[in-house]
Design a protein around this ligand. Sequence first.
Ligand SMILES: C[S@@+](CC[C@H](N)C(=O)[O-])C[C@H]1O[C@@H](n2cnc3c(N)ncnc32)[C@H](O)[C@@H]1O
Length: 274
Amino acid sequence: MQPENPLLTMIREVCALGRAEFTRPHTTEGDPDAQRALVQGLQAIDPGGEPSDIALSLELLAPRAPYFDQLVLDAIAAEVPQIVNLGAGYDDRALRFRHSGVTFFDLDLPDIITDKARRLETADTAHLTLAAVDFGSDDVAAILARAGHDAHRPTLFIAEHLALFLEPGDVERLFAALSSRAAPGSILAITAEVHPAEFDSDLVVSTVDDLMFGGAGPLHTILSRDAWLALFEKAGWRAEGTDEVTAVNHFELPISGRPAQIQTHFLTAKPARA
Ligand SMILES: C[S@@+](CC[C@H](N)C(=O)[O-])C[C@H]1O[C@@H](n2cnc3c(N)ncnc32)[C@H](O)[C@@H]1O
């Protein structure tokens, strides 16, 4: 296996460290201190070897944390019995939102799952299954089945700040695998990086890579909003509330000399066949 891109390592840690800075809800059975406990000893290091200033990321994280927290709380209130967190990293939601009758599945790369399991050694995790996966090569449907996920019961699938790190073909394969495990009542909720429709997606990704990361960046999927909606449809999902755009600005850069605002869109979808 190739060594991980150090920027991905840093961003994963910044996400978890940043989320620990916010006051967030929790269930009565949940642990309000879970995020702080999970990140203990973590220090996001930038590729130059310096500690990353997480304050810079709090603005980006501020809308994301409550959005996904509320989705989990809504799913619990609607008696959805399974929550699958894709690319969970050091996300604490399985502990913060512990609730009788709800099973959580946290999926991430093998090294992260091993480290998360170590960090959770003394926590009550009877309701949580950690599953190692590489979305670039593994059969996610089979991994979920092996992990005990029940394809006949509804699931909330969340992918916060994951899709942009995968190749477009792997995103589509992942969404199709999830749709094969999505009983009626399931929801898929993601953050999706979106560029203005007039630009070509490959050119956007390669320009971002060159200008922002000197050709060594970890970002691979940035699409127009319509292309995201089409990708959902192709993979067996129907996007919801498409008339209303929920988005925040992520970063701006020139593409072929023209300014382009890249946004993070919050998208949810239901199984198309339900
Ligand atoms: C930016 S982090 C976000 C983590 C978490 N969702 C959060 O918001 O704190 C992206 C996560 O996706 C995971 N990831 C990236 N590529 C992956 C792959 N090919 N297979 C499995 N997980 C992957 C990373 O390991 C990382 O934990």
